[in-house]
Ligand binder design. Structure first.
Ligand SMILES: Cc1cc2nc3c(=O)[nH]c(=O)nc-3n(C[C@H](O)[C@H](O)[C@H](O)COP(=O)(O)OP(=O)(O)OC[C@H]3O[C@@H](n4cnc5c(N)ncnc54)[C@H](O)[C@@H]3O)c2cc1C
Ligand SMILES: *[C@@H]1O[C@H](CO)[C@@H](O)[C@H](O)[C@H]1NC(C)=O
Ligand SMILES: *[C@@H]1O[C@H](CO)[C@@H](O)[C@H](O)[C@H]1NC(C)=O
Ligand SMILES: *[C@@H]1O[C@H](CO)[C@@H](O)[C@H](O)[C@H]1NC(C)=O
Ligand SMILES: *[C@@H]1O[C@H](CO)[C@@H](O)[C@H](O)[C@H]1NC(C)=O
Length: 487
């Protein structure tokens, strides 16, 4: 025997001993490890555990929920992440709330419009134009276009027919388009409506688009999924660990090998397969170190070609509701002459505020895209002062506006475990029509058995960017691992 042969024998037998000792200790063995305990990971784990599978969920943060984050605030709760159930039919999320008798409330998000000179805007007119803008490109042009361009063209046609008098006021039209751009950005988590393609495959569910969990909080969804709602007993084969940042997933094409998941604290766990649910923002930053061996080219392309947006919230609590409005959603529209008197900075590009349903005396100011990412990095006192200047200018002309008693804000981009809010269909996405499907495709061993599976909002072609999409993606990947009879 040559020396090289001896070394090889030694390595092979060491591996065999290692595999046997892991295999023998059933108490450290799981059928599936789920990485991440957001909506998709929790739904995947819940579905598998309900079918009797032994599941371990590893979550890096100190809480369940991921991009759903209900926090106690004032006399109730606020949502730093997802706020509404978008649509009812067919919605797994809405159905779970209803089946469990959790009251959810439809929220009117039509805007009361405030102008930069302290006066009120024409609410009926602006809402008509906003509604038109939101729907105008649902039937997209043949050739993909930037969404803003499509909306602008169709809106001008609409104005020519329905509001011809507006054509005389070029200043108003300019400010209207700037306002609508920001409205769209607050939906899509983008910097500009021209970053979005008209070719998006996103589909709304039927029914009400803005249903709030109000005082119950979106966190209730997780209690329902984990069977702990109303003192439920939980799921006996589901184990989860918080503060467990996964740093490496070792897998092999060899069907006899298990997948080994290692955490930052040095612990490691073994299972037949792993469902990865981390966001596209996290995958972009970490895929090289996270997967060993690395991901195949198709998967890398998908990660590169999907785009993570940013939606943010600055949430202020007051000692009383000083603002005067019959509505709970507010739009801020600049007048051209006022715009000239202020420096063109990020603070002129905040366009909306709203009253959350989970508590009283609270205003949420919304941010998106580059501006939202920048605001996350600014000090607390600057954000508070600038946000109050904005609220005073637009909403405070006829009232004494008090200082807020408390402020919290989101940091979804700064957060290393999210790196953004949700994905959007970027203008380049028509060049990569299968990116979401490619991301969703599992990595199999040489026998064709799925070993590394991918769930999460970004993997859903038609319902990305939502909680219901994330929940469905978790169920989709769980179903891949279960016999048809158990789903
Ligand atoms: C501000 C904001 C507002 C929104 N509004 C709405 C709304 O009104 N309605 C709606 O339907 N949707 C909304 N969304 C989108 C919705 O929240 C997301 O689409 C959904 O929650 C994503 O779930 P997910 O499971 O795909 O990902 P995540 O929730 O991000 O779950 C992934 C989990 O993986 C964890 N993780 C990351 N890295 C590691 C690691 N290395 N090791 C272990 N764990 C790790 C993360 O901490 C996280 O918990 C909003 C999102 C934001 C941010
Ligand atoms: C098996 O797992 C249990 C529980 O984690 C642990 O206490 C024990 O030391 C393990 N045994 C072996 C042989 O690894
Ligand atoms: C919901 O309420 C109905 C009617 O009150 C009741 O029959 C049902 O058992 C309740 N379901 C749950 C899950 O509590
Ligand atoms: C403030 O009062 C003036 C005068 O009545 C009115 O024109 C304006 O719309 C009011 N502004 C707000 C924000 O209510
Ligand atoms: C993962 O694989 C690398 C390289 O193949 C190896 O060095 C490391 O020890 C493995 N980790 C585990 C936990 O198996």
């Amino acid at each position: 025997m040559t020396a090289a042969w001896l070394v090889l024998v030694a390595i092979l037998s060491a591996n065999a001993v290692y595999a046997a000792s892991v295999g023998e200790n059933q108490s450290t063995m799981y059928d599936t490890i789920v990485v991440g305990m957001g909506a998709s990971g929790t739904s995947a784990a819940s579905t598998l555990a309900q079918a009797g599978r032994r599941v371990l969920v590893l979550e890096a943060q100190n809480r369940i929920g991921g991009r759903v984050c209900t926090v106690p605030f004032g006399d109730g709760v606020v949502e730093l992440g997802a706020e509404w159930i978008h649509g009812q039919v067919p919605s797994t999320v809405y159905d779970l709330a209803i089946k469990n008798n959790v009251s959810v409330i439809s929220q009117d998000i039509s805007m009361d419009v405030f102008l930069s000179d302290g006066s009120k805007g024409d609410r009926a007119l602006i809402n008509d134009l906003v509604d038109f803008a939101l729907q105008s490109c649902e039937d997209p042009p043949k050739e993909p276009q930037p969404l803003g361009q499509c909306i602008t063209n169709r809106l001008m046609d609409y104005i020519r027919v329905h509001h011809p008098d507006l054509l005389k006021d070029q200043d108003f039209l300019t400010e209207l388009l700037a306002f609508l751009d920001l409205v769209i950005d607050n939906y899509e988590a983008t910097t500009s409506w021209n970053d979005i393609t008209t070719e998006s495959k996103y589909r709304e569910l039927d029914g009400d688009q803005h249903i709030s969990w109000h005082k119950n909080g979106y966190k209730t969804l997780f209690e329902i999924l984990l069977n702990t709602y109303n003192n439920g007993p939980g799921l006996p084969t589901l184990e989860y660990k918080l503060n467990k940042e996964v740093t490496q997933i070792n897998w092999s094409e060899d069907p006899s090998k298990k997948v080994v998941v290692t955490c930052k604290d040095g612990s490691s766990y073994t299972a037949d397969n792993v469902i990865v649910t981390v966001s596209i923002g996290v995958l972009k930053e970490r895929h090289t170190s996270l997967f060993n061996p690395g991901l195949p080219p198709k998967k890398l392309d998908a990660i590169q070609n999907l785009h993570m947006g940013l939606l943010g919230k600055i949430i202020l609590r007051f000692d009383h509701e000083w603002w005067i409005s019959d509505y709970r959603s507010y739009g801020f529209m600049w007048r051209a002459q006022d715009r000239l008197t202020v420096p063109d900075d990020v603070w002129t590009r905040l366009q909306a505020a709203s009253c959350p349903m989970g508590c009283s005396k609270v205003l949420t100011v919304w941010t998106s895209g580059d501006i939202g990412r920048l605001i996350e990095t600014l000090p607390e006192d600057v954000v508070k002062r600038k946000t109050m200047e904005l609220l005073r200018r637009f909403m405070g002309a006829n009232v004494t506006v008090p200082e807020p008693v408390e402020m919290i804000r989101s940091s979804w981009y700064t957060n290393p475990y999210t790196r953004g809010s949700y994905t959007y269909d970027h203008i380049d996405s028509p060049l990569h029509p299968n990116a979401r499907a490619d991301l969703a495709q599992p990595i199999t061993d040489s026998a064709g058995v799925p070993r590394i599976l991918f769930a999460g909002e970004a993997t859903e072609a038609t319902h990305f960017s939502t909680v219901h999409g994330a929940v469905d993606s978790g169920r989709r990947e769980a179903a891949r691992l279960l016999p048809k009879s158990k789903i």
